[in-house]
Design a binder for this molecule. Structure first.
Ligand code: ADP
Length: 214
């Protein structure tokens, strides 16, 4: 699982993990954005919370993860931005226990607040497939379009400096304690996320390769 502050680049790294290793990745943030675009009851119920920068209730998030794991988690999986609270981390352990599955790695992407600000102010996301990029790397067209599906690349409505304050507060109070939780389980690995995406991915790849049987 990839853990880190808002805008730490977890999304991009998760996409690279799927492309490189073929491991299915899920992100509650991405699921909720899709539900909102589709106008489903779940999307409508959570839109205001995500827009404000607060965390969605543990009950909703755990339900999403449990459903996803049953469908896609049979042969390895990764999470991006989950768990974000201690109750989520504890529930995940009991779900995995029931599914007779183990948790091998928790990767903590360490980023400075300066990096977070810079990434969030330049982040673009495909409205159709969720691909994440930045204003500086999206130079492939006059109008920013997704290189994978031609969908429009847009700013996220929670990528705003005042919303970021709330997201950082949520991270510091509710997510930060997870570092200790996974350190005690001896599966926590810290990676310097302030570098470019290839350098970060190379460290993440090494950690995964040590776990995946050749
Ligand atoms: P980022 O890419 O900036 O880290 P995400 O896309 O992971 O952000 O999350 C966007 C929003 O979705 C969060 O601010 C929060 O409202 C909600 N969310 C995502 N994951 C969780 C989670 N594990 N628990 C509670 N809320 C979540």
């Amino acid at each position: 699982m990839l853990l880190g502050a808002p805008g730490s680049g977890k999304g991009t790294q998760a996409e690279m993990i799927t492309r490189h290793f073929g491991i299915p990745v899920t992100s509650p943030g991405a699921i909720l954005r899709r539900e909102k675009d589709l106008g489903t009851p779940l999307g409508l119920e959570t839109a205001e919370i995500t827009q404000r920068g607060d965390l969605v209730s543990d009950k909703i998030i755990i339900g999403l993860i449990e459903d996803w794991l049953r469908l896609h988690g049979g042969h390895g999986f990764a999470f991006d931005g989950f768990p974000r609270t201690l109750p989520q981390a504890e529930s995940l352990l009991s779900i995995l226990n029931r599914l007779h599955t183990s948790l091998d790695l928790a990767i903590w992407l360490e980023v400075s607040e300066e990096t977070v600000r810079a990434r969030i102010s330049g982040r673009l996301q495909c409205r159709s497939c969720g691909f994440t990029t930045s204003v500086t790397s999206a130079k492939f067209a006059e109008r920013p379009v997704c290189p994978y599906c031609d969908g429009p690349l847009v700013r996220r409505n929670d990528d705003d400096m005042s919303v970021l304050q709330i997201r950082l507060r949520e991270f510091n109070t509710k997510t930060q304690p997870l570092a200790d939780f996974y350190r005690k389980m001896s599966i926590l690995h810290r990676v310097d996320g302030n570098r470019d995406r290839e350098a970060v991915f190379s460290d993440i790849s090494r950690l995964i390769e040590e776990k995946v049987p050749a």
